[in-house]
Design a protein around this ligand. Sequence first.
Ligand code: H53
Length: 830
Amino acid sequence: AAPAKPKATHALALAPVGSPASSVDGFVREFLRELNYGQGVALSTSSVNDQYLALARTVRHYLMARWLETLRRQAETQAKGVAYLSAEYLLGRQLGNALLATGLTEIVEEGLGKCGVDLAALRAQEVEPGLGNGGLGRLAACFIDSLATMSVPCIGYGIRYEYGIFRQTFVEGRQVEQADSWLALGAPWEFPHPEAAQIVTFGGHTEKYTDTDGVERSRWVAGWKVKAIPYNYMVPGYQNGRVNTLRLWRAQATDAFDLKIFNSGDYEEAVRAQTFAENISKVLYPEDSTPQGKELRLQQQYFFVSASIHDFVNSVLPKDFDLHKLPDRIIFQLNDTHPVIGVPELMRVLIDEKKMDWDEAWAITQQCFAYTCHTLLPEALEVWSVDLLGRLLPRHLEIIYRINEEFLERVSERFDGDQLRVSRMSIIAEHPERAVRMAYLATVAGAKVNGVAELHSQLLRDKVLPDFDEFFPGKFTNVTNGVTPRRFVRLANPALSELITDAIGVGWLTDLERLRELEPYAEDEEFRDRFREVKAHNKRRLNRVLVERDGFTVDDSHLLDVMVKRLHEYKRQTLKVLHIVTEYERIISGEVKPADITPRTFIFGAKAAPGYKIAKDIIHLINGVGAVVNNDKRVEGRLKVLFPPNYNVTLAEKVIPAADLSEQISLAGKEASGTGNMKFALNGALTIGTDDGANIEIRELVGDDNFFLFGLLEPEVEALYAKGYVPSSFYESDPSLKRAIDLIAQGAFSDGDRDVFAPVVGNLLYEDRFMALADYRAYIDAQDKVGAAYADTDAWTRSAILNVARSGFFSSDRSMRHYIDRIWHTPPAF
Ligand code: H53
């Protein structure tokens, strides 16, 4: 039968039949029923956690009919969709977003009020699922939000880590990591489906055999296996009646434990298999952008990718589906190299399990994958040693070899046997050891390859994969990242949202370019007053959060200067520290009077990978500088440094709306895009930034007058490297830089101990891979301009409003539109 005609996006009623009643009394009934019958407690004796769990389940009920309806229509129409493969999803708290999606916030607030329960307190009870490290994982969360909101069929696939990104604490200023037990108090948003488990196999060997049809085939005799249990999460669109699915896999032993061995008294051995299997989804790797070649990490990658592909091919698709039509039904988007093992896995499924021949399978596979690269750092492009890959996934190695062989044959043919080029383009690297270059594999197999900002995509083509760009004309494209305005404007900044809606009406939340209509308001004095009041309000809100969380206070008259992102040398938190030390030194040396500087509070948020020594030293240094500056009467009321530990999505939602100045100061050519930079601009902070990543596009849109640009350009960076970069020459020739570094070196921020920060100082003076010293002077000069500009309150507010008005481009809805047009070809379905 012909598939049913897709209906308009709004065709799903907001409260489909079977949904709980959307009235205050209806809600109260549902909530109390959940509390009594679900949690098994009376309202009078219930804990905040009981109430939170009951509320979460109640809100879930309101989404349920929409979810089931979305699934039903998908099964009916078989519309083409996206399978987003990502090892990370940094979701943030779910409750607020679910309330926003259902439009229930007011009803719930009132209903809970009748029960004597405070909604804000219940929201604060939620532990965010921190199943990602930073930008890459948060981007995945924004993308699935946008796809649901745009009514595009999407299933997100990933790993349900038992422990997400570590909880950061500081002990005497040093980072100490604690396990993130995000599941400990209950997980009301997930739906486990053990009956829909997939089996994932590893190890063993391959052998040749002749099939019943007389064809020579290879088969994989695996050595061990684990069960992958799917946990489904709702991904609600914004008030459009659609709920997509996020499916995260948990690893479990196939035979939970061996009773015979247990009865014999060897308890450890009895659970060994279980522990071994469950380790696969135990914990998120806390490395961001520089992976370490850990076997467990490859196990994790194959585990979730294999489970996802099997799930899609064998469970999601109808039983009689003709797999030759797979490209009409799905595109697997590879989020960085982490899921690239999916390429040989789909080949294996099609050839070994579905008995296709190689050429057919390869033709299908090449249309079913697309690859997004998120980095330029060569050390961040994953390679897996042939030795490890062959041990863990022998059949996949065989398939990769054949893909490579056929590919290199084509290269050799095209370029007249150019052996140098052939070895440059080989998916298999020969040095320092034989290894599979996952980015090359993804590029050869993918229908499209994209970078995440204009500059990044250009450098990817010109510097990282130039041979491939030449070989595959039209394969490379750009899609600039974006962020969801639902979470990062509407939920994070209700005061600004209200101001915007008052001015330009509703509709901007799903059509963010409409923020342009705010431009004329930059000239409206009353609007500027209200805008400033919103900022001050958000600073007071942040103050309340930080007082309670960390005992920090924020003065709403200060310029709030914020640098929040992972701690990485290329992001240059040290440059920020040098600026703070310079300001401090200028005051205590008497060079400037405290009254002459713009009062500033610096806020840092940053986690360092636990094994990244110098990054952890930098955290220690920031805390050391903070401890001295914050306790020195000479700078009191003028400079303050706050470093709340454990920066995460929840804290971001409070910090970003309060910020005046957004620090985006990576060395040009190193930050692929950045997405924090977009969130700040959308919330009315001005950016001080280098010509890097999406900063470039932000500046082009908001205008030079509303952005503080500084620093070397990417080609200048390259030229300086080529010429031979000597950081100490900058130290010698700039007295203010020298004084700042000397203060640190002399122990001014370490109780006189010169050894503590010697590694950081030594690194800056003698290595400085990311040229902080080369950009120091330009940065300080730009910061002086910031200080002066902030003093002109009206002009600053005008610029801040224009930042909001001109940043609509950075909605992840727009990113999704571009992926759909340029890569996926998956129009909104129903
Ligand atoms: O991905 C973000 C970019 C950002 C980039 C980041 C990233 C990771 O978080 C992890 C691994 C990786 O290769 C890249 O550093 O510039 O905005 C989303 O694209």
